[in-house]
Write a protein that binds this ligand. Sequence first.
Ligand code: DQA
Length: 153
Amino acid sequence: MKTSEKRILVLHGPNLNMLGKREPEVYGSLTLEQLNAELAAQAAKLGVAVECRQSNHEGVLVDMIQTADGEYDCIIINPAAFTHYSIAVRDALAAISTPAIEVHLSNIYRREEFRHHSVTAPVTVGQIAGFGSQGYILALYAAVDIIMRGGKK
Ligand code: DQA
């Protein structure tokens, strides 16, 4: 299968623009720019196109998810704090036919109890948590695998 024309959208939720500065003992020292560059480099090796966006705003993320439908073959999303309470982000992911993968830098299940529940994970293909920035690379491989298997949700 030719994957060259396949497009993957990476969405970073609130406060992820602070990566590198923000609680580095939890989220690592890589900046968002460096993480996105790493994703672009890996995507080029895999022969897929990756576009990365970040927003601190719930409605903006909802708009991005809605407009991704039909435009992208897979979404990799770290909804950040919205993971735990945004029914709007969850409903947007549920509303589109594009499959999504949820990523967290930290292992949310080893942290405060309020982080143990994800309202968004049940409407994604699966979740990767606890592997730092490497989790996004794992998600990229998973996205290519999903696309090669027909891109089903
Ligand atoms: C996070 C985990 C969330 O609980 C937190 O609100 C974040 C980042 C992670 O990547 O580990 O902002 O999604």
